[in-house]
Structures are given as structure tokens and as C-alpha cells.
Design a protein around this ligand. Structure first.
Ligand code: FCB
Length: 458
């Protein structure tokens, strides 16, 4: 399966697997952890498929050494995990909770002890509930709380951890959490989402400044964005404008302030037309544009946009222009996401062109399929294996066109709590039997291990 194109990846390329705290840890009320917005959201009737929650998840909190051995068996170089803020700093402010932080200290040592590089994400969506009660990300103070929390983790682990990511996918936190309401905290308030976006970026900048100042040696500091492609469905001016809006809200409104120190003028104009302003204060853009070392890209699929929806409307009920994602006539994953590897190349080449000088690591890429495990728990997931192979080939193709892509992390190490989809959607390259917590590498995991070996010439 595309062995030739993945072989074009250099020996120095970083290969990894990724997870996040709430999706795997469980132990929701242990060692002083307080509820996060996801613990709360899971209790809202109808919010999560099957009423699932992260109370137990993959029970990783109790099975960590065994999981590190599993990671080791996959032959990867690095493991991307996130730290649960409400474990380390219950209630989101005040002193460190040593018992909670000790878990990540042990995890770091366990990884380094087997020769796996830890890649730490400080925020993968589990905001302490008490900070949400105080206004959440739409409240400016949360940015400062985040930087304080980041330093608690950094002070403990920076003697051993060299790769740091501030935020995972601020678009999801802001947009899905505060505007669409399908993710925690489940609010549906457009201006609140815009404020959340700005304060997430501000929190990233504040934390980056403080980590850099305190860094005991050279470190790779970064942020991870979920990025796609936004092409116009047709060449009509309305479709091109819809694609511009989608690209603006999904990509440029994050990367322009981060890299150019300004919000895109057309986005500011669109927001003004909606009567919404970014709550910008003097100096914010300088903080947000603090230099960082690596851009994490999470890619799942690309989209086509139209200015007309399926009913023929060009404006929504509130009079705003329609930005409609037109279903692509392509094979899909179990998430109903189209499989678009060539658009992955397109995205990576475009990032290289529009935001030059920024090394990229693919911090997530992968797919959910309706797996059928055999009696031993093994899954012969040809579909997921193809997905990974095609997307790795897309990375290699982008590199050939000059894009500076340094690594790739498969999402995910193992099946886990897939947010609003609960446990129904399986993204793991390792199968998890939730009744027994037995982990079984799928065919895709074996393929991944063998591919890494081939690239390394093993
Ligand atoms: C990303 C999230 C990750 C996982 C994948 C499928 O948006 O960062 O936690 O849920 O999607």
C-alpha cells in the first residue's frame, strides 16, 4: 500500500501516536481531580451519543505503564498526550495538586525510560468547570488562568519534555463549544464564540511567552490547529465568497494573528457586518504573535463550499450569508467525513506558501470505521490502513513540493471517547474492548509499525 511514496520520508521524520486526557484517562474523580466542562456536558441529556461519559474511558490512568509498553511495541518515536487541567490545578486556579501532576511526571519518566519522546499538549478541551462558571473562554481572565496553569506543568516537566503544544484545535473549543453547542460547554452564542477564539489565542501567546522565558534549554513550542481546505463548489461569485468565509473562519483567523500579528481584514469586516467585534485590547496582537517553533496540523478532510444551501437559500434565518458545505461524492469514514488525501497535500503546500518559515508536524490524522473485531479482538481494518497510507503519501507529496513537514502522529493510539459520539466511533489503531479493557493492535497498527521500520531501513 503505497510503500514507495512513504519511503520518501526521511529517517529524521518523527513518527508518533496521539491521545488526549479526557478521551482515555478515566479516573474522573481521583487524586483531587475536579470536573471539567466535559464531565458536566456528558450529563446533559442528549448531548453525547448513548449517554456516554469519560468516567472510565480506557482506564489509562490505572493502566499507564502497560499502555506505554503498547506504544513502544508500535515502533514509534513519540507519544502525544494531553494534560488534564482539572487534575493538575483543580478548579482552574490556585496551587498545584501534586497528586494529579504526579501522574504526568510518572508518564513522562515511563516514556523516556523506554525511549519514547513525550509530546505534551497543555489543553485538549477539558476546561475546569469552575472556570466555565466564571464565564469560560469568552471571559478574558481565562487566558491568564491558562498561562498560570501551563507554568505549573512546565515547571515540573520541562527538565525532561522538549515538545510543548499550548492548545489543541481552538476552532473546536470556540466554534463547536460556544457557537454550535455540540461540544462542551454547549453554548450557542456567536459573539461568545468570537470572544472565546480571541482569548484562546491570547492564552496561547501568554503561555508561550512565559514558557520561553523559563525554558532551561532549546525547546519546540507550538500550537495545534485543525485545518482543512475550503474550495468553492462552483466558480460563481457566491460560492467563491462562501469558500472565502469558510477559509477565513477556519484557518486565516487563527494563522494570521499567530504569524502576521493581525486579524484578516475581510473577517473583521464580516464580523462588523454582523454587529460583532473581536474583544481586542492594546498589545494583544503582539502577545498572540509571539514566535513559536512548530505548527501542529490536525487534518481529517477537505470541503467544498457553496453560497446556496440545499433548499436554495442564500441567507439563513437571521439574514447572514449561507456558507454551505457541499457533500463530496467520495468514499466516507464512519464519521461521514469524505476521504480527501489530495486535499491534505493541497493544504500542506498552501501553508508553506502562505505562512512560510514554519515547520509543521501533523499532530493528528486518522479515521473511524465500523470495525468488526474477531474473537481475539483483532480487527482487519483495510479501510483504516488505506486511509493512513494515502495520507502519509500525501505528506510525502507535500514535502516533495517543498513543505517542511517534520512528523506525523496517528489519531489515535487506541479507541477512545470520541466526544459527542461517545464510544460508538472508533479511531484507534489499537482495538479496545471496553468491557475488559483488553487492547489488541489492529492490522493498521501492524502496518504502521512495519512502515516505520521500512522507512528507517530496519
Ligand atoms: C479532533 C480531536 C481529537 C479527536 C479527533 C477525531 O478534532 O482533536 O480529540 O476527537 O478529532
Amino acid at each position: 500500500m503505497n510503500p514507495i511514496s512513504t519511503l520518501a520520508l526521511p529517517p529524521s521524520f518523527t513518527w508518533g501516536v496521539a491521545t488526549s486526557s479526557y478521551q482515555i484517562e478515566g479516573a474522573a474523580a481521583e487524586d483531587g481531580r475536579t470536573p471539567s466542562i466535559w464531565d458536566t456536558f456528558c450529563r446533559v441529556p442528549g448531548a453525547v451519543a448513548d449517554g456516554d461519559n469519560g468516567d472510565v474511558a480506557c482506564d489509562h490512568y490505572h493502566r499507564m505503564p502497560e499502555d506505554v509498553a503498547l506504544i513502544k511495541s508500535l515502533g514509534v518515536d513519540a507519544y502525544r498526550f494531553s494534560v488534564a487541567w482539572p487534575r493538575v490545578q483543580p478548579r482552574g486556579r490556585g496551587p498545584v495538586n501534586e497528586a494529579g501532576l504526579a501522574f504526568y511526571d510518572r508518564l513522562t519518566d515511563e516514556l523516556l525510560g523506554t525511549g519514547i519522546e513525550p509530546w505534551v499538549t497543555l489543553y485538549h478541551w477539558d476546561l475546569p468547570q469552575e472556570l466555565e462558571d466564571a464565564g469560560g473562554w469568552p471571559n478574558r481572565d481565562t487566558a491568564y488562568r491558562f498561562a498560570d496553569y501551563a507554568m505549573l506543568v512546565f515547571d515540573k516537566l520541562s527538565d525532561r519534555v522538549s515538545n510543548w503544544t499550548t492548545l489543541n484545535e481552538p476552532w473546536c473549543s470556540a466554534w463547536l463549544g460556544y457557537c454550535v453547542g455540540v461540544h462542551a460547554p454547549g453554548r450557542k452564542d456567536f459573539p461568545a464564540a468570537i470572544a472565546a477564539m480571541h482569548h484562546l489565542l491570547l492564552g496561547h501567546g501568554l503561555a508561550t511567552q512565559r514558557m520561553r522565558a523559563a525554558a532551561p534549554r532549546e525547546m519546540a513550542l507550538g500550537i495545534t490547529l485543525n485545518l482543512g481546505t475550503a474550495d468553492p463548489a462552483t466558480d460563481s461569485p457566491a460560492d467563491r465568497d462562501a469558500a472565502r468565509r469558510a477559509d477565513g473562519m477556519g484557518l486565516r483567523i487563527y494563522l494570521d494573528p499567530l504569524r502576521k500579528g493581525e486579524y484578516p481584514a475581510d473577517m473583521v469586516e464580516d464580523l462588523t457586518a454582523r454587529g460583532t467585534a473581536i474583544p481586542l485590547q492594546d498589545g494583544d496582537l503582539d502577545i498572540i504573535a509571539t514566535p513559536f517553533d512548530v505548527l501542529g496540523v490536525n487534518f481529517y478532510f477537505g470541503q467544498d463550499f457553496s453560497g446556496t444551501d440545499e433548499q436554495g437559500n442564500t441567507h439563513d434565518a437571521e439574514g447572514h450569508p449561507v456558507v454551505h458545505s457541499v457533500p463530496l461524492n467520495l468514499p466516507r469514514t464512519a464519521m461521514n467525513w469524505p476521504i480527501t488525501p489530495e486535499r491534505f497535500t493541497q493544504l500542506l503546500v498552501r501553508l508553506h506558501r502562505d505562512y512560510p518559515g514554519l515547520p509543521v508536524v501533523v499532530t493528528e490524522n486518522g479515521a473511524a470505521f465500523d470495525d468488526a473485531a474477531d474473537a481475539t479482538g483483532f480487527v482487519a481494518d483495510e479501510d483504516r490502513t488505506s486511509y493512513l497510507a494515502e495520507h502519509l503519501a500525501a505528506v510525502a507529496a507535500a514535502r516533495e513540493q517543498g513543505a517542511d513537514i517534520r512528523g506525523y502522529f496517528a489519531w489515535s493510539l487506541m479507541d477512545n471517547f470520541e466526544w459527542a459520539e461517545g464510544y460508538a466511533k472508533r479511531f484507534g489503531i489499537v482495538h479496545v474492548d471496553y468491557a475488559t479493557q483488553v487492547r489488541t493492535p489492529k492490522q493498521s497498527a501492524l502496518w504502521y509499525r512495519d512502515t516505520i521500520g521500512r522507512v528507517r531501513g530496519a
